[in-house]
Design a protein around this ligand. Sequence first.
Ligand SMILES: [Fe+2]
Length: 394
Amino acid sequence: MSAMYEVTNSKGFQGLLMQAETAKHSILIVEDETGPRDALAMILRPFFTLYTADNAHAALRILKKERIDLVTLDLKLPDRQGMDLLQEIKLEREDVEVIIITGYGSLKSAMDGIRYGAAVYLLKPFNVAELIALIQQTLEKKDRLDYLRNFLKSPGDKWGTESDAGATWKLLQNQYRSLAQTKWGPDQRFAAYSELAPLLSDLMQARDRELFYHAGRVSDYSDLLGKRLNLTEAERNVLAFGAFLHDIGKVVTEDRLLSKSGKLDPGGQELLKHHPEIGARMIRPLKLPAEASQIISYHHEWYDGSGYPDGLQGHGIPLFARIVCLTQEFDHLMTDHHAHTPLSLEEAVAEVRRQAGTRFDPALAEMFARVVIETKASLPPMGTPSRRTATPEP
Ligand SMILES: [Fe+2]
């Protein structure tokens, strides 16, 4: 896993001290063993308002009562699986960040924890500087996401017209510069968009974690197909970025339209159909390459002409939009399957082939089916973030 972007102002103890002076964050340490719990508490007490719990029940009680920003979570607890507790925390309070601290024996579960919204995991034994840096990065990310969450909830038509959208991006970009000093991480594919990408990525994450994870995986799948099509590196970069943004319009749709728990009623389905148009309007002032906006506008057009919004047909649908039409549906089949049981890779590939010529460009569908089967082992594990959008690994 690589960091999508990394924080450059990792100031160590000094930085943490400065941060602590400006806003004292609250940390809850959940750890059943006295020794490690006391050691952690001793390290962190000078910088944070600190709470400790030695079991899941006590942790939840504190979380309900106090304003907690971050939880350090040991996965082995006496009264409950740490993973269950993580899910409950994220369900109740999506904005609480969780750092899993675990031994090598639980590495697999720690990695699963990322899927349930943990920011990062740290393997024992760890050194103090490493822990401090991770906490600092995670809290900085939380501050950015909190700002964006509040912004999204505040009243007003932020992207209602093109001029609203222009003003909104200007405001966010200015605000964002003062919130976080970020630089683009090891992945160079979005390097051309290094100024915008962290904001757009955080915006999706602030709106809905699954929306953000989906975006990352669809970007990876699209790149896989782009490579197979022998696209140039520059073309592949635009494809990967456009694919990442394909559902950006959902950032401003109602909560119920994002819900994975059940099928949408016909009214909801109609409303949802506006997201390509909304997304295209949102990003117009950002002057992204035309191919990226075409992905946003046309990723729900069907090869046979029965898609939306314009009923485009065959090669009348731009190539990159035909690619993302396929890759985004493949990811849905493998993860939420439109509120049905997710399909296995083989079943999803069969479904892609079944819809070749109706929904999907038949040549692309066959090519994608083959490349997915060939590269099966290196695909992002389902339901997890893409390698590109994953949070930093210790
Ligand atoms: Fe979509």
